[in-house]
Design a protein around this ligand. Structure first.
Ligand SMILES: CC(C)(COP(=O)(O)OP(=O)(O)OC[C@H]1O[C@@H](n2cnc3c(N)ncnc32)[C@H](O)[C@@H]1OP(=O)(O)O)[C@@H](O)C(=O)NCCC(=O)NCCS
Length: 193
């Protein structure tokens, strides 16, 4: 893996993925305060103060140097400039070249393939820029929309951990999806580094 990587804005067909800015608080709060968005995430719907703390973390998430560091991108619609969600790629282990991706979309913009488009780019950043060997996506087992996105991205369901976590006053189960760099390169037609 490169010793460090700093993110800048990336354009895909319909989206602009860019680092977070202080002006993003309203939109981040509007998304992360919704019970339907937070249903299968670890946290409860956020207050404005909690959204501000989250924004601080996301604004700090511009570079990856050590295990646990996360690159955070606001997902903007190129056609309007509107922020419709966010996506991440996290370095889990530099020694083992393992990473993780994730995404959250405003429900008003779900169902258009934007999470898939952003997720595809997170895999590219993980494999091409961070030189990862394997990238996972983790989700609560009832999160069908998220599972469909990971499957569309060509990730393989590798684990169903039954009632492995006590969250929001109930036992929850976790699915783990994964894809390897060589599988991703073959599927996406990307050249070997
Ligand atoms: C998970 C989440 C991001 C998925 O959003 P989504 O809008 O369903 O995903 P996509 O943007 O890829 O859209 C896919 C849907 O749009 C449709 N679609 C329309 N145009 C499309 C296109 N050009 N490309 C791909 N899909 C398209 C697909 O048919 C698909 O619908 P289906 O799943 O019913 O088959 C969203 O449900 C969410 O934010 N949930 C709350 C937060 C969360 O749980 N995040 C995941 C944590 S693990």
């Amino acid at each position: 893996m490169p010793t460090s990587y700093t993110a800048s804005a990336i354009e895909t067909e319909r989206l602009r993925l860019r680092p977070f800015e202080s002006g993003d608080l309203d939109v981040l709060f509007s998304i992360y305060s919704r019970p339907d968005v937070m249903r299968f995430l670890y946290d409860e719907p956020r207050s404005r103060e909690q959204a501000a703390a989250l924004l601080e973390r996301k604004m700090a998430g511009r570079s990856v140097e050590r295990d646990g560091d996360t690159l955070s991108f606001a997902i903007e619609l190129r056609s309007t400039g509107q922020v419709i969600g966010d996506c991440i790629v996290r370095l889990l282990s530099a020694a083992h070249r393992q990473g993780e991706i994730g995404f959250v979309l405003d429900p008003a913009h779900q169902g258009h393939g934007y999470a898939t488009e952003a997720g595809r780019e997170m895999l590219r950043v993980g494999f091409d820029e961070l030189d990862l060997h394997r990238i996972v996506g983790r989700l609560e087992a009832r999160n069908d929309a998220s599972a469909r996105v990971l499957e569309r991205l060509g990730m393989r369901r590798e684990a169903h951990l039954v009632e492995n976590e006590w969250i929001k006053d109930e036992w929850q189960s976790e699915l783990v999806y994964a894809v390897l760099d060589r599988e991703w390169r073959t599927a996406s037609g990307a050249a070997d580094p």
